[in-house]
Ligand binder design. Sequence first.
Ligand SMILES: Nc1ncnc2c1ncn2[C@@H]1O[C@H](COP(=O)(O)OP(=O)(O)O)[C@@H](O)[C@H]1O
Ligand SMILES: [Mg+2]
Length: 317
Amino acid sequence: MTESFMWVEKYRPMKLSSIINQKEIIGSLKSLLKNISEMPHLMFSGSAGIGKTTTSLCLAREILGNSWREYTLELNASDERGINMVRDRVKKFARFSGLDTKIPFKLVILDEADEMTADAQTALRRIIEDTAGHCRFIMIANNISKIIEPLQSRCAVFKFTRISEEEITGYLEEICKKEKIKYNKDGLKALYLYSEGDMRHSINMLQATASLGIVNEDNVKASAGLAKISDVGEILKIALSGKLTDARNKMVELIKIYGMSESDFLKYLNEECYKLKTDHLSDILESIAKYDYRLIIGANPEIQLSALLAELGKIGK
Ligand SMILES: Nc1ncnc2c1ncn2[C@@H]1O[C@H](COP(=O)(O)OP(=O)(O)O)[C@@H](O)[C@H]1O
Ligand SMILES: [Mg+2]
């Protein structure tokens, strides 16, 4: 699926005024926009899928106008290349001066800032200070308590909230109408319940459900089952990156809470590893086969699958 077919992109608000459920935040941002040259650095915190990135992009449009892309640098702080990559990119970006002198400053949107170590955050603070003449930063963090105080104190902090049931179902209903999809209220409610106030998740599930037919409770449940298959791919990536505990917790959740059988878990794992760009494919496949055999001859599934995840971590090294 390419981006334009993804409803989360197609229905991503382009203007601050179209962002739902974050009224207070949008109100304060709009008043900041009245005196743009005085705008402080911003920090957006809150859980996934509630409009943090969208709001950053809308701000970029409103501050920088048509050429916003040119003057906006989007970075992901949890990128494996780390703080040095951030420093290099920001320095280059701050230095380059475009022809358009009408812009007040350039914008750096730094996503997942809370994934940075405290040392990297300290380095980031220096970068922000050194480039203050040319750049404003919008930092995005799921968990603000992981951001060091000196960084927090340099920003105006905005805490985004989960989106309410009426607002999620209302938004999904609009999309259904625009896409000419059949739906009923129970289907929309089920989408809200599964997504727990995460708008991105609810729109993705709506799209998955619509491909099955009418958006009713049964089809939402069916598509939620399918979504879990992609979680197996996620677990595979986490395991290969060596985060054994995280991978194991997610695996246990899939099996205990969502009722995926151990043999299905291995089957999906087998499918998902072909989607990875990895040099370790043959090692991964061999491991999966080994543990598949152990399960068939009756070994304890939880112990075996945990050992498999540990082995994937070694392979990923
Ligand atoms: N407050 C919101 N109003 C309207 N759409 C939203 C809102 N929050 C999220 N969305 C939808 O979910 C998608 C992901 O939102 P995003 O801003 O990337 O979330 P995050 O908070 O994780 O950065 C958007 O493309 C949009 O379709
Ligand atoms: Mg985001």
